[in-house]
Design a protein. Sequence first.
Length: 306
Amino acid sequence: MTSLDALVVGAGPAGITAAMYLARSGCSVALCERLTSGGQMLMTAALENYPGFPEGIKGYELADRMAAHLDGLAVERLTGDVQALAGKAPDFTATVDGRPVPCRTLLVCTGAKHRPLGVPDEERLVGRGVSYCAVCDGNFFRGRRVAVVGGGNSAMEEALYLSKIAAEVTLIHRRDEFRGAKLYLQRLESMPGKVVILRSSVVTALHGESDLTGITVRNVATGEERQIPMDGLFVYVGSAPETAYLPPELERDDRGFIVTDTEMRTSVPGIFAAGDIRSKNCRQVITAAGDGATAAHAAFLFLERV
Ligand SMILES: Cc1cc2nc3c(=O)[nH]c(=O)nc-3n(C[C@H](O)[C@H](O)[C@H](O)COP(=O)(O)OP(=O)(O)OC[C@H]3O[C@@H](n4cnc5c(N)ncnc54)[C@H](O)[C@@H]3O)c2cc1C
């Protein structure tokens, strides 16, 4: 089997951009995705901060547009789960759903997935009121009561999205100050009858036999606990990197994200990382795409030398 110049793992914005740049550089490249192209963009109602779309763009639409950019380019599309990586540059072998895929370099763009809230009964109630994706599940809660947990942009964006669907949205954040954009907070605060904001509060228990019927919220400042009737709970409390298939010697930070230099080179020669999987502060579509371009260029330069 001929070895690819580059195997890009994950078809979110980082992976799509990396594959595009590599193909345009004349490298033989395959883009491997376990699900559908788009990554977390498919879980995003609308993006208001992607340059070129001042009116905003729906997440799935941006995903479609990015994926379409690969049409006509020599990018081999592989569907499957990358399960393991063996060897060293320029003789890596990735295992994709049990099949070996030889490659000279690997671009790790597998992003991150949601962290659970970590309260009892959460797993049991997933799909029965507990969700991590408002775009996917919001419609089930039309005209009903929902809570959103989190204090960053994702939580606030999705609370705004749900405010157009649900009867009432309760936004619960464990701190007093929100991390996300002030603009989102102002919009949420401007809907007092529709959006309730509980600061310095944590969800401590979920209630309901077959479906979620309520949550217990504790005010961390006063210690006061109360039970609130609730039909849906949307959790946005951060994300964890998708790195299980990568060798242990690849340097990670204390939260498991991959450490790179500014050129997206990891601690293992020939392996590059881009997007949310990297150890960095700003995890957005635009930064993922930028990382993808940088990683592709670095891989191209690496291939010229080996
Ligand atoms: C609710 C929500 C709202 C958001 N809102 C915004 C916003 O308004 N603006 C903004 O800029 N950003 C937003 N973001 C963040 C943005 O979506 C991410 O920063 C961006 O998608 C990261 O891109 P990525 O390519 O690094 O990874 P991802 O988008 O996570 O893509 C990774 C891909 O890798 C695939 N994959 C994982 N493991 C494997 C494997 N082993 N084998 C094969 N494939 C694999 C996954 O299926 C996925 O398709 C939001 C995120 C969420 C969850």
